[in-house]
Design a protein around this ligand. Structure first.
Ligand SMILES: [Zn+2]
Length: 183
């Protein structure tokens, strides 16, 4: 999932307005951010497989995306924000873990319970619905950004340009549509 993660981060912002937006957006992307250096370091693998959204197959992502490691990264990220109070730290942890939850919906069964576990999770929407997954993620994006926008109207302490932020996330999702991809 892509824009759906950012929408989840914004929804958490709506719920916990004093959690810093930059931290939440980094948090929801943390597992994918880790994936990059892990591939470069050779401890994770991806390969180009035409026809499988998002255009490549994630062959081995156990250190960034397994259930156990997602919990570890969530706790580690939350710990970085503990000085800002418990509520903010919990919001940060939830942001990181939301990535795992949303990815389970779209990923084929490539998300291990723990590194090198034989059991893998993933409902596989990318494979089951090669184009339909986009509408499922659109629902996630719409729910997340509309909650964030609504909360920004109720609580004026944040989101002066919430509509613009919501629009950017929606645009990212449109750009990520399967109809705009060469594969
Ligand atoms: Zn991911």
């Amino acid at each position: 999932m892509y824009a759906g993660h950012f929408a989840a981060g914004l929804a958490i912002k709506g719920r916990v307005p004093n959690a810093p937006t930059w931290g939440l957006l980094a948090g929801v992307g943390a597992l994918d951010i880790l994936f990059g250096p892990f591939v470069l370091a050779g401890i994770e693998r991806a390969s180009l497989t035409p026809g499988v959204s998002p255009g490549f197959s994630l062959d081995y992502i156990d250190w960034s995306h397994s259930l156990l490691m997602s919990i570890v990264w969530s706790l580690a990220f939350a710990a970085l924000f503990i000085r800002r109070g418990r509520t903010v730290a919990v919001a940060m942890g939830v942001a990181v873990f939301s990535h795992f939850v949303l990815d389970v919906v779209v990923h084929p069964a490539d998300m291990a319970l723990w590194p090198n576990a034989t059991i893998h999770l993933g409902l596989g929407l990318w494979r089951v619905w090669p184009k339909g997954w986009w509408f499922v993620e659109l629902a996630v994006v719409a729910a997340g950004v509309s909650y964030y926008w609504k909360r920004s109207l109720d609580d004026r302490s944040f989101g002066a340009r919430a509509w613009a932020v919501a629009l950017v996330v929606l645009l990212l999702h449109i750009l990520n549509s399967p109809w705009l991809k060469p594969l």
